[in-house]
Design a protein around this ligand. Structure first.
Ligand code: OGA
Ligand code: NI
Length: 386
């Protein structure tokens, strides 16, 4: 049989007109599928551009094994599943009721939503627009920010960690360090033109919200209100803008596979497209968007600081074939040299220390290098595993 040379034009033709493949032998098809994969992946650093090229099948590097797929029809759709807490009450006569609600949510769900959080609606709309505009910039403009080095403090990348993972995730993300602002702002993208100004305003407001929530969480654990604030040293604040393009085969892949967040606490803003799911009693629950609310979740370091009373819960993002989705998590973290361990106030004969002491820097490095595997990174720091 005559062998055809796999020029980019021919591979492109195979990719977009599968009908043309009818007369090609299976072996040739397999070879071409590999060539197609290389072509698509090599010619697009970012997923947004691969997705926008109109692919009807996803490259094999995105396909999860059958035992690890989202099973989209088996997900519980429920608003009641993660509590919605009204923060307005924190400053009034219902203060202790709100603290109780927070403590129960952190113990049972590891997740809650908040309303009356003090972040103006207009600012929420603005930050979403900025993210949307950023991911719509021409590829050459976006690529100015590209890096696959997880230690870089400002970078655009794709999937999770392209250097260590075996299967890719259907996501591009821009990740920024944002506290203290003056250390990092000069590295941020300057396109769209108001990016730095709008993102800086948003980060400052979110920091205010985080500090209030950290006080409430300290109090809910029976610690001094400023315990966590003092404990985490020079605070770290990172933000991601996650962009999940529409995916032609969403049942085969994830936007982000199940993981827990390695930091202290995460404040997530999502647009109006569903995609976030959290694990509850072994079942995945969809957390459908409620306008103008934030989703707050306990990260691994808070689980340690509560000596396992509060839970850093598995969650994931699924994708869909119709609409792109944007989410903007703020990851609040201890500084790299902060020593984390269960506080003495949380340890007694009935509750021995579950974790050894470690620095956040040690933890963070392990997290990025081992990839998003289901087993929580926390297990590596348990006293029982020493
Ligand atoms: C994350 C995350 C969920 C989402 O970025 O850590 O869990 O809905 N994102 O994008
Ligand atoms: Ni997460």
């Amino acid at each position: 049989m005559k062998t055809l040379k796999n020029t980019p034009e021919r591979i492109h033709c195979i990719a977009f007109s599968p009908i043309n493949m009818d007369s090609i032998s299976l072996r040739t098809r397999q070879k071409e599928s590999i060539a197609l994969h290389s072509y698509l992946v090599m010619s697009n650093l970012l997923l947004a551009d691969l997705a926008a090229s109109g692919v009807k099948i996803i490259p094999w590097s995105y396909i999860r094994p059958i035992t690890d797929r989202p099973n989209l029809s088996d997900v519980q759709i429920s608003h009641a599943s993660i509590p919605l807490i009204d923060l307005h009450g924190l400053n009034g006569p219902t203060h202790s009721l709100v603290i109780k609600q927070i403590s129960q949510a952190c113990e049972n769900d590891g997740f809650f939503q908040v309303k009356n959080h003090g972040i103006p609606e207009e600012m929420i709309g603005n930050i979403m627009n900025i993210a949307r505009q950023f991911f719509k910039l021409p590829e050459s403009e976006r690529l100015k920010n590209y890096s696959d080095d997880p230690t870089k403090t400002t970078r655009l990348s794709t999937s999770f960690n392209v250097n260590s993972e075996k299967i890719s995730s259907w996501r591009d993300f821009l990740r920024l360090h944002c506290y203290p602002l003056e250390d990092y702002m000069h590295e941020w993208p300057c396109n769209p033109p108001s990016f730095r100004r709008d993102v800086a305003e948003y980060c400052t407001s979110i920091r205010g919200l985080v500090l209030r929530v950290l006080e409430a969480i300290s109090e809910s654990l029976g610690l001094e209100r400023d315990y966590i604030d003092k404990k985490i040293g020079k605070h770290g604040q990172h933000m991601a803008m996650n962009y999940y393009p529409p995916c032609p085969q969403p049942e085969l892949t994830y936007g982000l596979p199940g993981h827990t967040d390695p930091n202290l606490i995460t404040i997530l803003l999502q647009d109006e497209v569903p995609g976030l799911q959290v694990l509850r009693n072994g079942k995945w629950i969809a957390v459908n968007p409620v306008p103008n609310t934030f989703i707050i979740n306990i990260g691994d370091q808070m689980q340690v600081l509560s000596n396992d009373r509060y839970k850093s819960v598995l969650h994931r993002a699924v994708v869909n074939s119709e609409r792109e989705r944007i989410s903007i998590p703020t990851f609040y973290c201890p500084s790299q040299d902060t020593v984390i361990g269960p506080p003495k106030e949380m340890v007694d004969d009935d509750h021995p220390a579950v974790y050894r002491e470690f620095t956040y820097g040690e933890y963070y490095e392990k997290f990025w290098n081992r990839g998003l595997v289901k087993e929580c990174c926390l297990d590596l720091f348990k006293v029982s595993n020493e």
